[in-house]
Ligand binder design. Structure first.
Ligand code: HPA
Length: 272
């Protein structure tokens, strides 16, 4: 994790170490409208990310910009409530900072969550989807992959997502009774929602859901050697004729699903 370590500026690193008072075991990044999960965990400390020097400020409603230090069983967990996106004007380094922080503080496992539009015809608003694979189309143009993830500092060709954590999520779904769909998450740069032609294109390309985050974080997590799991909350259908979707709709569906989402994630945490 030496490289990830080196990328955290010293004042930020000092503030984080002061906040956590030592290393953490795992981290969770909570997507649009899913921040409520923080209240379901036993969190000892919370801080607004505005108090962390150099930490980028979220400009999107539904992203609280808080960091929590929580306990789950014997594990110390770092919970990022809210994230920043490339479409807000942040640099690639800023968008992947939570992953680098998690790795620098010693995390071995990462759960990334997001709100996404459902492309698979059988998906409905309110479904939860295990991210089985990703379609990172714009990332290869938008992320300077060689600069961010030099091959001498970490793996670049191994799978982005952990198949053993996927099995854990499937068992957690069975045990908690919370249904979990599975599919491929396509990365769209945003901030506009997709045109009908893009929706048709993503669907043809094999994607089941589409969203504007997560994939850069998965590249960073792989490079830092984290075992990673991804879960999408399908907040709207994007199938054929696209009705207008608004960010309010996205956050309100995510809030409605938050009870199921929390039960599923607690079940994952108890067995990963
Ligand atoms: N498209 C992209 N991102 C999203 C969507 C969508 O339909 N819904 C929630 N996030």
């Amino acid at each position: 994790m030496q490289h990830a370590d080196a990328t955290i500026p010293a004042p930020l690193r000092a503030a984080l170490e002061n906040f956590t008072g030592g290393s953490v075991d795992a981290a969770i990044i909570l997507g649009s409208g899913l921040g409520d999960f923080a209240s379901r965990l036993d969190c000892q400390r919370s801080i607004s990310t505005q108090e962390l020097p150099g930490y980028p400020r979220s400009t999107v409603p539904g992203h609280a910009g808080k960091l929590h230090l929580c306990r789950s069983g014997n594990e110390r967990l770092l919970l990022f409530q809210g994230r920043v996106h490339g479409y807000e004007g942040y640099t690639p380094e800023e968008t992947i900072l939570p992953v680098r922080i998690a790795a620098a503080l010693g995390a071995r496992r990462l759960l990334v969550t997001n709100a996404a539009g459902g492309l698979h015809p059988s998906f409905d608003a309110g479904d939860l989807m295990l991210i089985r694979d990703v379609l990172p189309l714009p990332v290869s143009q938008l992320l300077p992959l060689e600069r961010l993830f030099p091959s001498e500092h970490g793996p670049r060709h191994t799978p982005l997502l952990s198949s053993s954590l996927m099995n854990t999520a499937r068992s957690a779904s069975d045990a908690s009774g919370v249904a979990l769909r599975e599919g491929v998450y396509a990365y769209a740069a945003g901030p506009s929602y997709e045109t009908p032609a893009e929706i048709a294109f993503y669907r043809l390309a094999g994607a089941d859901a589409v969203g504007m985050s997560t994939v850069p974080e998965l590249f960073a997590a792989r490079h830092a050697g984290l075992q990673t799991l991804g879960i999408s909350c399908i907040t709207n259908k994007s199938v054929t004729v696209r009705q207008r979707v608004s960010h309010d709709e996205v956050t309100s569906v995510a809030a409605r699903v938050s009870e199921d989402f929390s039960r599923l994630v607690l079940s994952i945490l108890s067995r990963w």
